[in-house]
Design a protein around this ligand. Structure first.
Ligand code: F6R
Length: 615
């Protein structure tokens, strides 16, 4: 979603802003802009579409912005108003002396706008952000003090925001604040930065301060002052970012998505390391702060997440219920937050999120916390808001995920969830401990098995080529691979824009079978293990009888499969409990190659954002 970068210092400001914004591009956006304080004036440059358009525009204005010491930049993912140049940030006020960039949504912008219109403010855009620009300008008129003006304006705002503001008359100051949206202050030598996410600044400095809600940062090149909304100074310790800048490179792959798919074996090794020291010893999860008695007394587990993380949660339900005998409910965060929270102190609430910044999941875990539940967060971003809210935190350490379509984070989350389920089962002795030992052994083999899939991609590419022109797709599976079918379908629709739907195979004949004919490919996941293999095969035969084009994803070498399926994508055999880690990989690749053949923007699909920071 939207991204913010701000800079005060003596380096070339435009380069720093553009470079920072380019590091946030992966989050998804549709326009970009910068404002600089140059030669005593605020100058704003904005362009619709990709950052390249803004770069080209700035190139033509180079001579105007040579002498610049402060600036703010933004990439916008449209919420209020079309994704055009007028609605792009930065926004300004009537006099044009102030510039502001904003992430989030101002919920009371209509009421505020009415008042401001009555005071003579003229609006050029359809955005909620322009309202904030006029509001701060109005306060500036009273106080002639930018930090004070921002604080007074913030008192009137409702909703979610990260703001970065500058004023012509205070050329060496940037003011930032946040509420329910991330904003960090990054500290340099004779220069300071504001950013909505660390990739924007990590190449310059790793020293950061994470602003909390309703905190205000006043930056000059040589100082950073953090205050509360009344202007009272707050002491905040700086922290060191846990990332390396190299993590943002494609390392020779055509797309970040392909690179991230290939990183999965190492990511899994990474999650396992230290936590599974020896298959004969218990899982080590020091991150879980529940006592053994609290674990034994758990009556229920709720897992809340969105999108791909929700699919990981659905796999976890099978595992946790099987291993621990604790009932597990899984819910989309966006639904969880709009009904009564009947969670209590004997319920463990698990929030899963790659970014740790997903607005609905943040709200959901806050609700769960408020009724006394222990909140365990599984995230790829130990520096995120969610991580900071957690009672227990399992960081999955998959490395920064740049491609909008989640891949490696899914499997990293799954491994963390398997470890957690085994950890509880060992404490409660609620599952055959010999079987857990076998599964631990198998888990250690998963990276190798994924490597086998990654080094034999030809069948997947052939299949992708054959099906790239289809407009619709159905994915079916049963049991623990039903969430994998949903995930495979989600990957395909996200990056190729082909309409793909996952169904429990048994549901096909309760409606979707009506759609089947030769124009509707059906991909069936058939992993031997429990009884579901035979059942999915029967459901696939029913689909075949309706002339659907059939693809199998399986580890079986059953000769009958050749009668039913035109394409068979084979994976190494694996225990059924662990199979989603294996079956998810060819589905990621299939989606990738289809999108690639169609010439789609794989890493930044239209309309999508990497971190969904609005409800
Ligand atoms: C799918 C995808 C999204 C995210 C969802 C949740 O490829 O990336 O569906 O999974 O927006 O995001 P996180 O996990 O960051 O909470």
């Amino acid at each position: 979603m939207c991204g913010i970068v701000g800079y005060v210092g003596s380096k070339p400001v435009i380069d720093i802003l553009l470079n920072g914004l380019s590091k946030l591009e992966y989050r998804g956006y549709d326009s970009a802009g910068v404002a600089v304080n140059s030669e005593g004036k605020i100058k704003i440059y904005k362009a619709e579409g990709k950052l390249q358009n803004l770069k080209e525009l700035l190139e033509t204005h180079k001579a105007e912005i040579l002498d610049t010491t402060a600036g703010i930049g933004h990439i916008r993912w449209a919420t209020h108003g079309l994704p055009n140049t007028i609605n792009a940030h930065p926004h300004t006020c009537n006099c044009g002396k102030l510039a502001i960039v904003h992430n989030g949504i101002i919920e009371n912008y209509k009421e505020l706008k009415k008042d401001l219109l009555a005071k003579g403010c003229e609006f050029k855009s359809e955005t909620d952000t322009e309202v904030v620009a006029h509001l701060i300008a109005n306060e500036y008129g009273k106080y002639n003090d930018l930090p004070k003006a921002v604080r007074e304006a913030a008192k009137k705002l409702k909703g979610a925001y990260a703001l970065c503001v500058m004023h012509q008359d205070e050329p060496n100051i940037l003011v930032g604040t946040r509420k329910n949206a991330p904003l960090i202050v990054a500290l340099g030598q004779g220069e300071n930065y504001l950013a909505s996410d660390s990739p924007a600044i990590i190449q310059y400095t790793k020293r950061v301060i994470y602003l909390d809600d309703d905190q205000f940062a006043v930056l000059t090149p040589s100082s950073v002052l953090i205050t509360d909304i009344e202007g009272r100074q707050i002491d905040r310790k700086e922290e060191i970012l846990p990332w390396e800048p190299v993590a943002m490179s494609k390392l020779g792959y055509k797309h970040f998505m392909l690179k991230e798919i290939h990183e999965q074996p190492d990511v899994i090794r990474n999650v396992l390391s230290g936590k599974l020291p020896d298959i004969n010893k218990p899982i080590v999860l020091d991150e879980v702060k529940l006592t053994k008695d609290e674990i034994k007394n758990l009556k229920r587990i709720e897992i809340i997440a969105c999108g791909t993380s929700l699919h990981a949660a659905m796999v976890a339900k099978y595992i946790l219920e099987a291993f621990t005998n604790i009932p597990v409910d899984v819910e989309a965060s966006s639904e969880y937050i709009y009904r009564k929270t009947v969670t209590d102190a004997n319920t463990l609430v698990i929030g899963i999120s790659q970014s740790g910044e997903t607005s609905d999941t943040i709200t959901a875990i806050r609700q769960a916390k408020s009724v006394g539940s222990h909140v365990l967060i599984i995230t790829n971003r130990p520096d995120s808001i969610m991580a900071r809210e957690a009672h227990s935190l399992i960081p999955v350490n998959a490395g920064i995920e740049v491609s909008v379509a989640a891949t490696k984070s899914f499997n990293a989350q799954l491994i963390a969830l398997y470890l957690f389920a085994m950890y509880i089962a060992e404490i409660k002795e609620s599952f055959d401990l010999e079987k857990i030992k076998d599964l631990k052994h198998e888990m250690l083999l998963l990276p190798q098995k994924i490597e086998t899939i990654l080094s034999h991609k030809e069948d997947i590419m052939k299949c992708a080529r054959a099906f790239a022109s289809y407009k619709n797709f159905i994915y079916i599976a049963r049991g623990i691979n039903y969430p994998t079918a949903l995930e495979g379908a989600l990957k395909l629709k996200e990056i190729s824009y082909i309409n793909a739907t996952g169904y429990p195979a048994g549901e096909l004949k309760h409606g979707p079978i009506a759609m089947l004919d030769e124009t509707m490919p059906v991909l069936a996941i058939l992993m031997p293990g429990s009884i579901v293999y035979e059942k999915v095969l029967s459901n696939a035969e029913e689909a075949k009888a309706r002339n659907a084009k059939m693809i199998a994803l399986t580890s079986a070498h059953d000769a009958h499969l050749n009668d039913v399926f035109e394409y068979i994508l084979r994976v190494p055999s694996v225990d059924e409990y662990l199979s989603p880690v294996i079956t998810s990989v060819p589905l990621q690749l299939l989606a990738y190659y289809i999108a690639e053949f169609l010439g789609k923007d794989v890493d930044q699909p239209r309309n999508l954002a990497k971190s969904v920071t609005v409800e």
